[in-house]
Design a protein around this ligand. Structure first.
Ligand code: GDP
Ligand code: MG
Length: 176
């Protein structure tokens, strides 16, 4: 089977680790200080459930509660990764605002989406419990993961989970 082309956008408040997660997934390394204003599209081949994928990953420059949802991220994107940091209550609020705008602009009631609480290695500074994250994702009918880009904890799972969510939305549900 030829690889399926999938385009994914990673969004969230500034400094939550969007670029770190992207680079960890694509290059397998943790880059400590990546220019926060850079917006990049990475390409990565991966395989889930015997299906090959070519993933285009759009690492957005970040949003806050006042950002207008960028229209270029509302079209030809198959799925979204919404990231907050478990150390930042603000980033948890912002992710909810982004979600509302996303549904507004796409006009859909359900978009393939994974909610990610990043920076689990900073557990001493934790502000958002796992339960809070899970509850929010449940209310969206979305998948939920906690990750550490720094320790490469559950990073690939984000993208594999999202690819499965995208398949479900396509009506090609593949049970393992
Ligand atoms: P972005 O603005 O969302 O793209 O965030 P960056 O990926 O640029 O990361 C912002 C800061 O958080 C940088 O100093 C990163 O090194 C740091 N960071 C990102 N992910 C993690 C993580 O999982 N653990 C820790 N300890 N720091 C992280
Ligand atoms: Mg960034």
């Amino acid at each position: 089977m030829p690889p399926k082309q999938r385009k994914i956008a990673i969004m969230g408040y500034r400094s939550v680790g969007k670029s770190s997660l992207s680079i960890q997934f694509v290059e397998g390394q943790f880059v400590d200080s990546y220019d926060p204003t850079i917006e990049n599209t990475f390409t990565k081949s991966t395989r889930v459930n015997s299906q090959d994928y070519e993933v285009k990953l759009v690492d957005t420059a970040g949003q806050d509660e006042y950002s207008i949802f960028p229209t270029q991220y509302s079209m030809d994107i198959h799925g979204y990764v919404l990231v907050y940091s478990i150390t930042s209550a603000k980033s948890f609020e912002v992710v909810q605002v982004i979600y509302d705008k996303l549904l507004d602009i796409t006009g859909k009631v359900h978009v393939p989406l994974v909610l990610v609480g990043n920076k689990t290695d900073l557990y001493v500074d934790r502000m958002i419990t796992t339960e809070q994250g899970k509850r929010l994702a449940d209310s969206w009918n979305a998948a939920f993961l906690e990750t550490s880009a720094k320790q490469n904890e559950s990073v690939a799972d984000i993208f594999h989970t999202l690819l499965i969510e995208i398949e479900k939305a396509d009506g090609n549900v593949q049970e393992k």
